[in-house]
Design a protein around this ligand. Structure first.
Ligand code: ADP
Length: 463
């Protein structure tokens, strides 16, 4: 991005060193973006990650605690102390861990550092799915039918709400995340039990019993819109992604753009997201998640952070989302206009996980052999190498395989080639499962819904 006098004048929050409060492939990705922007980096690790390759390429590398994430990557005091010791002026939280923790964003700013993300109050509003829904309805973003208030205790009022929405309904925890804290209710006689179970789960897992109810859409696709906003009243959307290939509400394969959605249908939704950002004073990158069914979009939640699947948008839009995120945190004016954003070709991302391809149970151990694909339109985001020890403490994501090609069909072919050229030995991975999925006819056709993958797995098991 060119440095102009306008940009320099607008830059209010200068920092030259970034602490990356994360691990794995995203720590590598952020470190690269920082270096390309001429910034110094501070890598942190738990005891389990002492040998992490991004430690030796960072300007400083500090071990901040034991292997358990609660005592290291989630330990706010230890991270702030590391930032102070290493002279960092900003903290990038990556995804997961503390990335959507409003109290942490607040503590970072109170410590006189820049949090590379939205303000604590934006995180808090969007982190509560009920207040997010309310803010989106107020901004004119289409939402799933159902009230934008928490469910009351009174059983008869709850029954009335469900009848008004119409069965099937879904009960969701206001503080839920990671695909947890949700329960589908197909008919009235299962309503109260579902509420009691979800409330208990929500209390235990998210520290709040607050629930809400909405229509359960039976055959939707998961479509999301990537946004980026600066601190000067500029907001853009960078196109859309389809993340319908899910197992247990967790994304497995993502693509951009979403297939078969006409520009005149998605355009107003993208612009509504931009308007919503301006209305809530949003800063940084974010994703609006929608369910899409019978030609209509329904907002479900906003992620106030960089997402795992951001590369498919980088491949199609040509925008380096991580660099842009860091620059807006520095106070720069976005140097793109909406008219400059043109998405080209098609991109897929496969999440390569250290897990059994049949049972999906995590697989830890040493990678004894690693071969990664190369060639035009192929990108691999990873932190592993031959000899790397996959520890059992964290998420099983070990690499992201990303391809880009002019058309969806060509991108699928390229992904088949890339998967064929990927070899990981010493641990189990989901590569055989991904190879089989990319041979599937319905997936090749496109426009499969969020239940497709689970049904496909069931049929494969039965065969
Ligand atoms: P989380 O924050 O846990 O990811 P989301 O609200 O984003 O929860 O929902 C995760 C997934 O659950 C969606 O991608 C979709 O598959 C399913 N889901 C959520 N809400 C509904 C709904 N109203 N109808 C049908 N499926 C839903």
């Amino acid at each position: 991005m060119p440095e102009t006098s306008e940009h320099s004048a607008a830059a209010g929050h200068r920092f030259d060193t970034v602490l990356i409060a994360n691990r794995g492939e995203i720590a590598v990705r952020i470190q690269r973006a920082c270096r390309e922007l001429g910034l110094k980096t501070v890598a942190i690790c738990s005891e389990a990650d002492r040998e992490a390759p991004y430690g030796s390429t960072a300007d400083s590398f500090l071990c901040i605690g034991p292997s358990s994430a609660a005592k290291s990557y989630l330990n706010q005091d230890a991270i702030l102390l590391a930032a102070r010791l290493a002279g960092a002026g900003a903290i990038h939280p990556g995804y997961g861990f503390l990335s959507e923790n409003a109290a942490f964003a607040d503590a970072v700013e109170k410590a006189g550092l820049i949090f590379i993300g939205p303000t604590a109050s934006s995180i808090a509003i969007m982190g509560d799915k009920i207040s997010a829904k309310r803010a989106m309805m107020a901004a004119g973003v289409p939402c799933v039918p159902g009230p934008d208030t928490a469910l009351p205790d009174d059983p008869s009022t709850i029954e009335r709400i469900a009848l008004e929405i119409g069965y099937p309904v879904i009960i969701k925890a206001a503080g839920g995340g990671g695909g947890r804290g949700m329960r589908v209710v197909p008919k009235a006689d299962l309503l109260h039990e579902a509420i009691a179970l979800t409330r208990e789960e929500a209390r235990k897992a998210f520290g709040s019993p607050s629930l809400y109810m909405e229509k359960f859409l039976e055959h939707p696709r998961h479509i999301e819109i990537q946004v980026i906003c600066d601190d000067h009243g500029n907001a853009l959307w960078l196109g859309h992604r389809d993340c319908s290939m899910q197992r247990r509400h967790q994304k497995v394969v993502e693509e951009a753009p979403a297939a078969g959605i006409a520009p005149d249908i998605i355009q107003p939704v993208g612009m509504a997201c931009v308007q919503a950002c301006l209305q809530i004073g949003y800063r940084g990158v974010g994703t609006f998640e929608f369910l899409y069914e019978d030609g209509a979009f329904y907002f479900i939640e906003m992620n106030t952070r960089l997402q795992v699947e951001h590369p498919v948008t980088e491949m199609t839009s040509g925008v380096d989302i991580v660099q842009a995120q860091i620059r807006v945190a520095q106070g720069h004016v976005l140097d793109l206009n909406q008219g400059d954003v043109t998405c080209e070709g098609h991109s897929f991302e496969c999440r390569i996980n250290a897990e059994d391809p049949e049972t999906f149970l995590p697989s830890a151990g040493v990678v004894t052999h690693l071969a990664l694909p190369t060639g035009p339109g192929i990108r691999v985001d990873t932190h592993i190498h031959a000899g790397y020890k996959v520890s059992p403490y964290y998420d099983s994501l070990i690499a992201k395989l990303i391809v880009h090609a002019p058309t969806r069909a060509e991108a699928m072919t390229r992904m088949r080639e890339a998967l064929a050229g990927t070899e990981v030995e010493g641990i189990s991975t989901n590569i055989p499962f991904l190879r089989a999925l990319f041979e599937d006819g319905a997936f090749a056709q496109g426009e499969t819904d969020i239940h497709y993958l689970e049904q496909w797995l069931k049929l494969r098991r039965a065969a």
